[in-house]
Ligand binder design. Structure first.
Ligand code: SAH
Ligand code: DHB
Ligand code: MG
Length: 218
């Protein structure tokens, strides 16, 4: 199977189950116009994030890595009345595009974009959060997940994007900082007695990749 088939099937699924969505379509349009990289989650993956947040009944969500706010919009739409999402973004230009997209999606009242490197902004936040979506610099994934576990309640959910990366994750000798960070994350999850975790491989319009799904037990 090839990338072309994965694209076609992703389009088929999105056509069936996502469809046109003005706020999300415009968000990607603004992102492209502003020259941001095309690395937002796919529509089908975004909807999965929305469904997980709804299944979980998440009222407080923390996202690390906003980009243009595409995944932010999917997640924020899952919040119940009075729910809040905070999203952390290092690049002020990305944060500005995201802020516009979030406002245009009618979500400004429940989403806050914090600009700065996540390791600098995390200490300014109060937990706990019900759901974490971690999708920024992969080398810091162990730090972000450690912080998330320490700012959880029993039952909190942590999702980490891009943990497979074309299979690179199995290279124990890799010197790539992203791969090293992801493998350290895997070791941390294996050793951490307070969580249950899995990683799921995916194919689609974003290539061959995967996500980690973690529940904090106590
Ligand atoms: N979650 C987004 C995609 C995020 S792309 C979506 O699916 O729609 C990764 C983002 O993380 C980029 O915007 C990048 O600027 C940001 N980033 C990279 N390093 C960071 C750091 N140390 N702290 C916060 N954000 C960071
Ligand atoms: C990259 C980052 C992502 O979060 C993603 O989903 C795809 C690619 C990247 O940095 O290349
Ligand atoms: Mg990602």
């Amino acid at each position: 199977m090839t990338q072309r088939v994965w694209n076609d099937v992703d389009d088929y699924i999105a056509g069936l189950l996502v469809g046109d969505d003005e706020a999300l379509d415009k968000a990607l349009e603004r992102s492209d116009k502003a020259g941001l990289p095309q690395i937002s989650v796919s529509p089908n993956h975004g909807k999965m994030l929305n469904l997980i947040a709804r299944i979980h009944g998440a009222r407080t969500i923390l996202e690390i890595g906003t980009l243009a706010g595409y995944s932010t919009i999917w997640l924020a739409r899952a919040l119940p009345e009075g729910g809040r999402l905070i999203t952390l973004e290092a690049d002020p230009h990305h944060a500005q595009v995201a802020t516009e997209n979030i406002a245009a999606a009618g979500l400004a009242d429940r989403v806050e974009v914090r600009v700065g490197k996540a390791l600098d902004t995390l200490p300014t936040l109060d937990g706990p959060f019900d759901l974490f979506f971690i999708d920024a610099d992969k080398s810091n994934n162990p730090n972000y997940v450690r912080w998330a576990i320490d700012h959880s309640r029993p039952g909190s959910v942590i999702i980490v994007d891009n943990v497979v990366r074309n299979g690179l994750v199995i290279d124990a000798n890799s010197t790539d900082a992203s791969v090293v960070g992801t493998r350290e994350l895997g070791a941390l999850l294996a050793a951490e007695t307070r969580v249950s975790a899995t990683m799921v491989q995916t194919v689609g319009s974003k290539g061959y990749d995967g996500f980690a799904l973690v529940v904090v037990d106590g």
